[in-house]
Design a protein around this ligand. Structure first.
Ligand SMILES: [Zn+2]
Length: 335
């Protein structure tokens, strides 16, 4: 017989609980991947539960709807009490696809929600994401207001219990998590490093698009120089498990390929934008987006029409800071 028969007194919830255990994957020692919603291009949105000595921390609660209750079911299936044993809900950054479910998870666990300082206001007031973080024409703002995708912002926000500091160490059970404020993908973006087991929760700084490590987007508060610096610093860490906020984890040798691919992607994108501005003599963001999309020789962000112009704007500012481009009334030219 392949399966042990269930005892007569096994109730339905126990059976379901056992079945659920099978759908949570341990992707690093004591770290469980809770799969969220599938998004074209981005793969599955990933939440993680870290368990150390009877204590849990959730990294990125996911959207307003997913994984939702699945996270609570996971905690219970590991023998934890969600109302007592969750030490914190950590947010890598404030984007709706990763924090839409923060308030609901906080209500169920009473655990403090923590995020980098520069992203705290958007965690609290999600609609600011559209106003402050995406380059949207007025029609785009209207479109996004009725959006039902994971980027939608019509969910209740929550004020963080406190903001995370760069370099601080959070304790969980017998282990610790180091906070690194990377500031690339968004100004408040943090990654979380666990030195003992060499685990890095990379949020959206690395591995945003599972099909191509070079493909990326940043929001208007993002900083490509900071992102390159952060990727250099992360490459110095000993990392056996790279756990991004989208889709599959990377292990061992794949980790370095992801980090270097992410840095290559930024440089290639900067060069492509500069090439367009230089060859045209002057161009606005719409023109640059058109040329990038039709050139076909550089990875551009997909999945939402406003990510490309937003990323181009941030890239132009990085070129301006490097003294390679300048703006006059929305028109960019080489220096
Ligand atoms: Zn993001």
């Amino acid at each position: 017989m392949l399966f042990k028969p269930l005892e007569d007194d096994t109730d339905l919830s126990t059976i379901l609980c056992r079945a659920l255990v099978m759908s949570f994957t341990e992707v690093a020692p004591g770290v469980h991947l809770i799969q969220g919603k599938y998004v074209e291009g981005f793969g599955y949105i990933s939440s993680y539960v870290i368990i150390r000595a009877g204590e849990a921390i959730v990294v990125d609660p996911g959207t307003a709807g997913h994984p939702g209750k699945k996270t609570l079911d996971a905690l219970e299936s590991f023998g934890l009490n969600p109302r007592r044993d969750v030490a914190a809900i950590l947010c890598t950054h404030c984007h709706p696809d990763h924090v839409g479910g923060a308030k609901r998870l906080h209500r169920s666990t009473h655990a403090p929600v923590l995020i980098g300082e520069a992203d705290a206001s958007i965690l609290k007031r999600p609609s600011l994401f559209l106003k402050e973080r995406l380059l949207l024409p007025p029609t785009g703002r209207l479109t996004m207001a009725f959006d039902r995708s994971p980027m939608r912002v019509n969910y209740p926000g929550i004020a963080p219990e406190r903001v995370l500091q760069h370099g601080e160490r959070l304790h969980i059970g017998d282990d610790e998590i180091v906070v690194i404020n990377t500031r690339g993908h968004s100004a408040g973006h943090c990654v979380f490093y666990m030195p003992r087991d060499r685990i890095l929760f990379s949020g959206d700084e690395v591995g945003q698009y599972p099909s191509d490590p070079r493909r990326f987007y940043v929001d208007l508060s993002g900083d490509l120089g900071a992102r390159l610096e952060a990727l250099d610093a992360l490459a110095e860490l000993e990392i056996d498990y790279l756990l991004p906020a989208h889709d599959v984890p990377y292990v061992h040798r794949e980790v370095h390929a992801q980090l270097s691919g992410a840095a290559d992607g930024i440089r290639e994108f900067q060069q492509a934008v500069l090439r367009i501005v230089s060859s045209r003599g002057s161009a606005d963001i719409e023109q640059i987006c058109f040329d990038l999309t039709h050139a076909g020789n550089v990875s551009v962000p997909t999945g939402n029409p406003f990510l490309l112009p937003t990323t181009v704007r941030v890239t132009l500012h990085s070129l301006e800071q490097a003294g390679q481009a300048r703006e006059d009334n929305g028109v960019w030219s080489p220096v």
